[in-house]
Design a binder for this molecule. Structure first.
Ligand code: ACO
Length: 337
């Protein structure tokens, strides 16, 4: 590739992994004061996968990454950047989970780091991969979204424990000279004034680990669910309309609208605002719950494995999460079937 030739960043492959153990709504009915009816009606979730205690986020990530690298037709040593989007890293705060993943995959001497943008982490990561590739600094980026969200969920708090699940998704983003294969556009944004809508107060420099932290349950995820819900619908609708308008792409041209899988009602509201057909909207929340940074690549992998995602299909990704952060992306799938 000569220096004068423009380089684009293409999604060459996708992979995903969920741990085998399922936590159903019926199981949760035995743990907290809730019902299958309430959970399905308010969220669309029927079950989620939960990792065993001895399984780390990096273990989930490695399974997804192996598939993604193999499907990209690459050897592990051809990867030159490893990015892991997660808010449930193996360790708070070092080493990064990306470093652990690289080691477990035998990918040595590469740059590796984590991205902290909660549910928006994968699309944030996509923007980083795009920048590294288009600047010519890297050629094959392994981008992972992985969460063992069960490690920060309080299973006595019915307002959060019904929502989240564990899993990982991974993609290989590679350099290409073919403009038609490249990521079209990414919008990513944040507003820290809403930080308290969704947070794990500890451990961190504000509340280092202590007996008080544990007694008060500050290590668990806290969410202002209803406020977050309203803001998510408003922000996501505005964001996807903007990215489509800016790129002159009408919503009906999107082959797969892949929203963050937090709540079916949010997905439906945004899909309706865009006048999307049902077959355009990818919904996996009923079987995985909210897997945070893993949710979008896991959803892409689902349609890939179902044979519904073909080379050249145009995807619209859209996500919202703690920070608050949000992001959307327009890109074709450039992988083999
Ligand atoms: N079972 C039964 N009742 C419940 C449960 C439950 N599991 N949870 C809450 N309730 C009750 C509440 O106590 C409340 O009762 P009250 O009216 O007597 O006070 C009632 O149900 C309504 O509660 P709301 O919180 O107003 O319910 P809402 O319809 O907003 O649904 C939910 C809650 C599902 C959490 C929703 O607000 C939501 O999905 N929020 C957005 C989540 C999100 O998108 N997060 C961002 C991404 S996550 C990330 O970044 C990691």
């Amino acid at each position: 590739m000569s220096r004068s030739t423009p380089i684009y960043a293409a999604m060459r492959s996708i992979g995903a992994y969920v741990p085998p153990k399922i936590l159903s709504n019926a199981d949760l009915e035995k743990m907290v004061d809730t019902s299958d009816e309430w959970i399905v009606k308010r969220t669309g979730i029927r079950e989620r996968h939960i990792a065993d205690p001895d399984v780390a986020t990096s273990d989930l990530a490695v399974e997804a990454a192996r598939d993604a690298i193999a499907r990209a037709g690459l050897e592990h040593e051809e990867i030159d950047l490893v990015l892991c989007a997660t808010v449930t890293p193996d360790y708070f705060n070092m080493p990064s989970t990306a470093c652990i993943i690289s080691d477990k995959l035998g990918i040595r001497n590469v740059q590796a780091f984590d991205i902290s943008a909660a549910c928006s982490g994968f699309v944030y990561g996509l923007s980083i991969a795009k920048a590294f590739i288009e600047s010519g600094m890297k050629r094959n980026v392994l981008l992972i979204g992985a969460e063992k969200f069960s490690s920060i969920v309080d299973y006595t708090d019915r307002s959060t424990c019904i929502l989240f699940g564990d899993g990982a998704g991974a993609a290989v983003i590679s350099a290409t000279e073919n403009r038609d294969e490249g990521i079209v556009d990414i919008h990513a944004s944040a507003d820290g004034s809403y930080a308290d809508f969704l947070m794990t107060p500890a451990p961190g420099s504000v509340h280092p680990a202590s007996c008080e932290v544990i007694e008060q349950g500050l290590q668990y995820v806290k969410m202002k669910g209803n406020e977050t819900f309203k803001l998510a619908v408003k922000t996501l609708t505005k964001d996807v309309k903007e990215i489509l308008e800016k790129n002159g792409i009408p919503a009906e041209k999107i082959d797969h609208f892949v929203p963050h899988q937090a709540n079916y009602r949010i997905i439906k509201a945004v899909g309706d605002a865009l006048k999307m057909r049902e077959d355009q909207i990818i919904v996996t929340v009923e079987k995985y719950g909210n897997t945070s940074a893993a949710s979008i690549p896991m959803a892409i992998n689902d349609i890939y494995e179902e044979g519904r995602l073909r080379y050249g299909d145009l995807m619209l990704l859209d996500t919202f999460g703690g920070g608050l952060t949000w992001a959307s992306a327009l890109l074709p799938f450039a992988g083999k079937n």
